[in-house]
Design a protein around this ligand. Structure first.
Ligand code: ZN
Length: 75
């Protein structure tokens, strides 16, 4: 019998004991967007479901506040 070993990902926000993700922290939020500035997949970032939902809200808030771009602007 074979067992599939999976790497256990620990959510960065759970590790830091963060309850509410700060939408004003554009530096942090920019780590969770792709090259074309769309929100990255949960399975790619390793963020848990609870924090991914609040992360998505935080990114959307930051976008409307003008802190993060909606799309990447190619020159
Ligand atoms: Zn988490």
């Amino acid at each position: 019998m074979t067992t599939i070993k999976r790497k256990k990902f620990i959510c960065t926000f759970c590790k830091g004991d963060v309850h509410q993700i700060d939408y004003k922290d554009a530096q942090l939020l920019s780590q969770f967007v792709t090259y074309y500035r769309s929100i990255q997949n949960r399975f790619h970032t390793g963020v848990c479901l609870k924090h991914q939902k609040s992360l998505a809200v935080a990114i959307k808030r930051a976008r409307t506040m003008g802190l993060l771009p909606f799309v990447r602007h190619e020159k």
